[in-house]
Design a binder for this molecule. Structure first.
Ligand code: MTE
Ligand code: CO
Length: 426
């Protein structure tokens, strides 16, 4: 039975069943002795209750849910992080996921004034400013235009923001969980802008949300014409309310803040708007006291999602090492794993699709834990040749005043009992 977890606990060490086994000293005793996984005979399989009776009928759950045994796989927030729950954030449970797709119900949420309850019938998207033909679209209008579908990650610029000075949060959900990756379907922004006819002197867009925060950002026109999308679907179904239903902007590779939800207005102009979210927020304070602005791209980054604090190592012998890598500047070229705190590296196996500006899954096969302490790290390299830095390297350039854009290498410390801790190597 899974132990109940307080979803708002600041101490984020999760009491998962495996950990209880571990403490009880029961984990993998047979495995350690034989070196094999599973037993050779089926003796003791028995006939459990679920094999003796009929199961649930069709339509029992017209919209299905995960097994109740998976009820701890949920978004979680950190109580002390924000003043209110409407202007707040929660985290994707990366420790429980495989492959590259995030299920819709557990994509992290970041709202500045709560998730707006927008009626799609009444919703409109306006495009105006420096255009030949100002346009007003209903959702039905947008649904009649040519569509595209693309997989992309969305990472909040503040992901890892609490880890700049030292290792702080003990769980990959909290150190790296301001990220999700889904397949978006919608209309290319280029299609809409061509329909409106952008005037030659235009250089910027202002994109604005329909929530009460009216959150807005400036987007350079060349990015808008390159690969941005006005999306109405994620993973095959309509957007979830939390993700901007019925319409959100997709800005591949750029910081999550620019992916305006409940999108209602696009103004075309020749200068940036100097919005709150690109002046007082989402700028990077440098060691000399000056701030870097318009640092849109999410740099190449990776993290091991198993083992991790939520996924302790349960037994000596073979164990899976797996993680995620991504880059806002292109595709993942290679991922290396170190078992000695970054001294030696082994190339990991990349599995599944390798797509630009998308999560990429990797595995290090053949790891056999002998019970020793391990400092485990992963390091991603993208197709621009950029190598994910150690925190000491990143701090040489950025100092320790930053909140945003922490893409440093993560260290997991595996203790002799197989527990995993978030640590910082000097
Ligand atoms: N758009 C609007 N209208 N309002 C918001 O509060 N939050 C932004 C962005 N778009 C926000 C928004 C931030 S900071 C991030 S990181 C992403 O949405 C989060 O997207 P998600 O909630 O789908 O994870
Ligand atoms: Co954000």
């Amino acid at each position: 039975m899974a132990k109940k977890i307080n979803p708002n606990r600041a101490d984020t060490t999760l009491a998962l069943p495996r950990r209880q086994f571990l403490q009880a000293g029961l984990a993998g005793t047979a495995l350690a002795a034989s070196g094999a996984i599973g037993t050779a005979t089926a003796a003791g399989l028995g006939v459990p209750d679920w094999s003796r009776q009929l199961g649930a009928s069709v339509d029992d759950a017209p919209y299905g849910k995960p097994s109740h045994f998976e009820s701890t796989v949920i978004r979680r927030s950190v109580e002390w992080l924000t003043a209110t729950r409407e202007s707040s954030i929660n985290f994707t449970p990366l420790y429980a996921l495989d492959g590259i797709v995030t299920p819709n119900g557990i994509c992290f949420e970041r709202h500045h004034s709560g998730a707006a309850a927008v009626d799609p019938e009444q919703h409109r998207l306006m495009i105006h400013g420096m255009v030949e033909r100002p346009l007003l679209f209903t959702m039905a209008d947008l649904m009649r235009l040519p569509r595209i579908s693309k997989f992309h990650f969305l990472e909040c610029a503040a992901n890892g923001g609490m880890e700049w000075r030292n290792a702080q949060l003990n769980g990959v959900q909290f150190t790296h969980g301001m990220i999700h990756c889904v397949q978006y379907t919608g209309v290319s922004l280029r299609t809409l802008l061509e329909e409106a006819g952008v005037k030659p002197k235009a250089k910027w867009l202002m994109v604005e949300g329909g929530d009460s925060a009216g959150m807005n950002r400036s987007v350079p026109l060349d990015k808008a014409l390159d690969d941005c999308m006005v999306a109405f679907a994620m993973n095959g179904e309509r957007l979830r309310v939390e993700q901007g239903y019925p319409l959100r902007l997709v800005v591949p590779g750029f910081e999550g803040n620019m992916w305006v939800k409940w999108l209602r207005r696009i103004e075309v102009g020749d200068e940036s708007w100097q919005a709150r979210e690109e002046t007082s927020k989402y700028t990077d304070l440098m060691p000399d006291g000056r701030a870097r602005r318009f640092t849109w791209e999410m740099d190449c980054k990776s993290v091991i999602t198993s083992p991790c604090p939520e996924n302790p190592v349960v037994a000596k012998g073979p164990n899976v090492i797996s993680g995620l890598a991504w880059s806002g500047r292109g595709s993942i070229k290679r991922v290396d794993v170190s078992l000695d705190g970054g001294k030696n590296w082994t190339e990991a196996r990349i599995d599944g699709p390798v797509l630009p500006k998308c999560l990429t899954r990797f595995y290090l096969d053949g790891w056999s834990w002998n019970g020793d302490q391990v400092y485990m790290q992963s390091r991603a390299i993208d197709d621009t040749g950029y190598v994910q830095p150690q925190m000491t390297e990143l701090q040489k350039v950025r100092g320790v005043n930053s909140v945003y854009h922490n893409n440093a290498i993560q260290t997991w410390f595996i203790t002799k009992t197989g527990e995993v801790e978030n640590v910082r190597l000097a």
